[in-house]
Design a protein around this ligand. Structure first.
Ligand code: AMP
Length: 618
């Protein structure tokens, strides 16, 4: 077995093993590494493409293709071709209700706060599993190119990603067989690619303007002694190059006598037009005028007309910049640099407008805007590998800290490698009626089951007034000071009851023990995530049975005999499937019970039960 040295003070690995940087994007993903010339380099395929479209296609037999090959299926097999999965990561169905129609594949409509599931043929997938398939493809690409196993990575996420979205990204990495050393903010990575933040003595504020295919993000960062602080973010989750393509198509339709019906009736024609629009758009970044005569169409567009068509979209992005700047508390002249990210920032009009808005800043646009985030992630990976002695890494916590949740799962509040001091808080609820003592078990380690981790402390939050399951709101907060001392506090927010303890996380652990815990977690990572998903499916099913039975009892007089008998039968089916240890079967009967009860549950469901179905239970 390979031996890995870990510097306990920095959490960095002391070994010449390659750590890759991964940009896991909404539309496209990339993987990069630091080459022998010490330069970040994005890895390409045989055809020279560095970009892997973030698309996965499933066949009926459950086989998958990823990237360009999967993209070919988008038109003819949309139900089984998953795109934009990043929009689903770490989200529940209720978070996504409003954008559900945007997806061509099936998202399960469940009244729970659990992670959303996608149904493909008769199998259920979480966004974590689909993202893991994308990451596996990137891992394979890196391994093919570097001719060595790649096990460690830094993955980037948008600065606005919350805790649950970051955790989901980490889990996807684990499932792909990657040890995710750190989750890095995309704007931070983009800045690093330009060398910003590498000088420990600099202090400056920068803006990162990221206009991709489908999303726009603006982030204002403060850089101080090598620390990147996100001061504010803003953006539009539906604004980007795709909008420009659509306006070009609309313009051409007008120019060609409005033959909209012909296009609507013909999917491959509309796809052809979309590709032409994108092609012309890209060329207009370098040319002034373009005319295509193809398939009986006259497709012409001048740079001036194109600019007029897209100006309203660019103005929308500038409004977001105004808001972000206001939220950061800075004046425009306090921003010294603007980093340009995303393919659409190649458009001259975009550059002009951004320059005009941040008029006292230098525009950084010399690197490939599609690659800049992955390149920066590779630099961060290199720093973590300890290859840049000039850069001082801040103290980090070597092992993750978290608490036990229902089913014996580890819920990490402070991930390993987080800079310290740090703090984190999360809300939990109860799973049984009338719980007045709520036990909180604090653990340290990387495994998904707490039984495999190290218990640091346990305490009871006593005297919580009796409430139905799911009603208490327990906020657990972790505070880790610069000496590595952890303070855990818990507060039931409805009653105000609270308690606090101090724990020394590293007490009694030698470097060798930390190393062993990390190695164990690497070896078991994939199995761990699969076990976690199984436990989650079971817990969800058990909770659903508990709640449905209680619901039947309470509301018997409001239900018809068919409704009652049918529900009992579906509960029985779910119980039988629980014994099978087959995740897909459990999820299937879970869905069947949910679907069966939904119409009348809605009719009679009382508030307490609705709330009881929300939140993770301790
Ligand atoms: P990203 O999501 O960052 O990969 O950005 C992809 C978007 O950038 C797509 O909408 C592309 O059409 C667009 N794009 C790529 N190259 C150019 C270019 N030269 N001019 C204009 N847009 C471009």
């Amino acid at each position: 077995m390979a031996k890995v040295g870990i510097n306990i003070a920095t959490g960095s690995l002391q070994k010449d093993e390659i750590i890759v940087g991964i940009d896991l994007g909404t539309t496209n993903s990339l993987v990069a590494f630091i080459n022998s010339n010490q330069q970040p380099y994005a890895l390409n395929d045989m055809e020279g493409n560095t970009i892997v479209p973030s698309i996965v296609h499933f066949t009926q037999g459950g086989e998958t293709t990823v990237g360009l090959e999967a993209k070919q299926h988008l038109i003819e097999d949309p139900q089984h071709t998953v795109y934009s999965v990043k929009r689903l990561l770490g989200k529940s169905f209720s978070d996504l209700k409003n954008i559900q129609q945007y997806f061509g594949f099936k998202i399960l409509d469940e009244d729970t706060e659990g992670l959303v599931k996608i149904k493909i043929y008769d199998k259920y997938y979480t966004a974590i599993e689909i993202s893991a398939l994308l990451l596996k493809e990137l891992k394979a690409r890196a391994e093919h190119y570097l001719k060595t196993p790649v096990k460690r990575a830094v993955i980037t996420v948008p600065a606005y990603f919350n805790d649950s979205q970051r955790q989901a990204t980490r889990d996807a990495g684990k499932l792909a067989g990657l040890d995710v050393l750190r989750i890095v903010n995309e704007p931070t990575a983009a800045s690093l690619a330009y060398g910003l933040g590498l000088d420990q003595n600099e202090h400056q504020n920068i803006a990162v303007y990221d206009l991709g295919g489908g999303t726009f993000d603006i982030s204002i960062l403060s850089l101080h002694q090598g620390v990147f602080e996100v001061l504010s973010t803003n953006g539009d989750t539906f604004l980007g190059g795709d909008d420009f393509d659509k306006t070009i198509i609309n313009y051409w339709i007008q120019q060609n006598n409005n033959i909209t019906e012909q296009i609507l009736a013909n999917k491959s024609l509309s796809q052809w037009l979309r590709l032409k629009a994108e092609e012309v758009k890209k060329q207009l970044s370098f040319e002034e005028n373009l005319v295509l005569h193809e398939n009986g169409w006259i497709l012409d567009l001048s740079r001036a007309k194109f600019n007029a068509l897209i100006l309203p979209f660019i103005e929308r992005s500038i409004e977001c910049c105004e808001k972000a700047l206001a939220d950061s508390g800075l004046q425009g002249n306090e921003i010294s640099n603007v980093v340009m990210v995303g393919g659409s920032t190649r458009i001259p009009l975009v550059k002009q407008n951004v320059s005009a808005f941040f008029k006292d800043s230098i525009l950084f646009d010399s690197l490939n805007p599609d690659e800049v985030v992955a390149l920066g992630a590779a630099i961060e990976a290199d720093i973590l590998a300890g290859n840049r002695s000039d850069i001082l890494l801040l103290d980090v916590t070597p092992l993750s800290l978290g608490i036990e949740t229902l089913g014996g799962l580890m819920d990490t509040l402070i991930p390993r490698n987080s800079k310290i001091p740090t703090k984190a808080a999360r809300q939990y609820t109860t799973s049984i009626d009338g719980q007045s003592n709520i036990k909180i078990n604090v653990f340290q380690g990387e495994r998904d089951l707490v039984s495999e981790n190290r218990k640091l402390a346990t305490f009871d939050l006593r005297g919580v007034p009796a409430m139905p399951a799911g009603l208490p709101k327990v906020e657990v907060a972790f505070q880790l000071n610069a000496d590595g001392i952890l303070t855990v506090s818990a507060k039931e927010l409805r009653s105000g009851i609270s308690q606090e303890i101090e724990v020394k996380p590293q007490y009694g652990l030698t470097d060798d023990e930390v190393e062993k815990m990390l190695l164990d977690s690497l070896v078991n990572a994939q199995q761990d995530v699969e076990t976690r998903m199984m436990v989650e499916a079971k817990t969800e099913a058990q909770q659903l049975i508990y709640l449905t039975e209680r619901f039947l009892e309470k509301n018997a007089d409001m239900l018809t005999t068919e409704e009652k008998d049918g529900t009992k039968q579906k509960i029985e089916d779910l119980r039988v499937s629980l014994a099978t240890e087959d995740k897909n079967s459990i999820l299937k009967y879970n869905e069947a019970l949910n679907e069966f009860t939904a119409p009348f549950a809605e009719r009679v469901m009382d508030k307490a039960i609705a709330i009881a179905m929300k939140g993770k239970q301790i």
